[in-house]
Design a protein around this ligand. Structure first.
Ligand code: AVJ
Length: 354
């Protein structure tokens, strides 16, 4: 497999023109992409400096964290992935009929296991499909490229190794495009972060282009809390891994044994909150910038929120950000929703011409 760390704009133009010649998968890295270790160091130092302490959840997904998350998706309590996959399986052909033969860009692709249904539906109607998985984990992308190319030789895979927003500038060249953001990953954002994310995404897309968005819906708290406290303890290992990553990349030497995972559903906020609780006081250094952090016994560090959605609330929000609803797909229990949205010609007082 060819791996290029060059301008993806140039790579993509070339790849698209070579697509008919059936070349293998490519991995590109936007030239403006931030150095991941420095990015993590800066963010961790800022987030841990004083209470309320927090770590940005995007740093959970290094190579190890991506593997652990894949294991979470297979736990019996974690219904999200399974439910979303069943909705996708039942409706992929319908989605393809609504979007037509668009390119597909998947944000936070991970191992891209759920993408099978979409690629199959695309290839039932076209000879080829261009698939652009975006992920911060290079290891996860390599795996996705390998498995997708093996199963779908007619898929042209160009993987983008970057943060989501760093891949947005590519979108205008990919139109007509379907952007997929699955798994309810958008639930990791606060309401404000979600709005900025959607506005930035809409601004990068052309009117008429599609967004397929996975949303976990509000439900009984016992079901939600079980999903984030699996009996096998994989989610606990996932939470601890962000500190293990600090040890690996920032030399922090944190004792992982004295960190406990706690996931609670806050019904009034309609969100799961995940904390890493320190069962003893620890002082450690983060390098670079070489700052010492002390976390007292009983203190906790927020590693994630996972918001749960109500369609009647989220659809108008998405609308104000530039996305109209084409179709809502769900499961029998109404536990999860897949929204097929379309970039509006104008929104929020803004003309959508781009
Ligand atoms: C990948 C953000 C959708 O919030 O359900 C799962 C992450 N964290 N278990 C989620 C997660 C702990 C997951 N998302």
């Amino acid at each position: 497999m060819d791996t290029f760390f060059a301008s993806p704009e140039a790579q993509i133009c070339r790849q698209l023109s070579e697509a008919s010649r059936g070349r293998g998968p490519r991995i590109v890295r936007p030239s403006a992409a931030a150095d991941p270790v420095q990015d993590f160091a800066r963010s961790a130092a800022a987030g841990l400096a004083s209470p309320p302490r927090r770590l940005e959840s995007r740093f959970l997904y290094d190579a190890q964290g991506s593997i652990l998350f894949e294991q979470i998706t297979a736990q019996p309590e974690y219904y999200l992935t399974r439910t979303e996959a069943s909705i996708l399986a039942a409706n992929a052909a319908r989605i393809r009929a609504l979007t037509g033969p668009a390119n597909i860009m998947e944000l936070g692709a991970g191992s891209a296991a759920k993408t099978d249904h979409l690629l199959r539906a695309w290839l039932e109607r076209s000879k080829a499909v261009c698939y652009f998985p975006v992920d911060v984990s290079l290891t996860a992308l390599l795996g996705a490229c390998k498995s997708i190319s093996a199963r779908f030789p007619a898929a042209r895979v160009i993987a983008v190794n970057s943060e989501y927003a760093e891949a947005f500038p590519l979108l205008s060249q990919l139109s007509p495009v379907l952007v997929t953001f699955l798994g309810s990953s958008i639930g990791n954002f606060s309401r404000l972060e979600m709005t900025s994310f959607c506005l930035a995404l809409a601004a990068s897309m052309r009117p008429g282009d599609f967004l397929l968005l996975g949303l976990d819906l509000v439900k009984r708290s016992s079901v939600l809390e079980a999903a984030y406290n699996d009996r096998a303890g994989v989610t606990e290992r996932f939470t601890r891994n962000i500190f293990a990553r600090m040890n690996r990349e920032l030399g922090s030497a944190i004792d992982l044994e004295s960190i406990e995972h706690a996931a609670r559903y806050r019904a009034e906020l309609e969100q799961i909150e995940i904390d890493a609780c320190f069962t003893k006081q620890q002082t450690f250094l983060l390098q670079p910038p070489g700052r010492a952090v002390t976390i007292a016994e009983g203190e906790s560090v927020r590693t994630e929120i996972s918001r749960k959605f109500r369609l009647e609330q989220v659809i108008p929000e998405l609308n104000r950000c530039g996305f109209g609803t084409e179709q809502v797909f769900s499961d029998e229990r109404r536990w999860f929703a897949l929204l097929l949205l379309r970039r509006l010609p104008s929104y929020g007082g803004r003309s959508g011409r781009s």
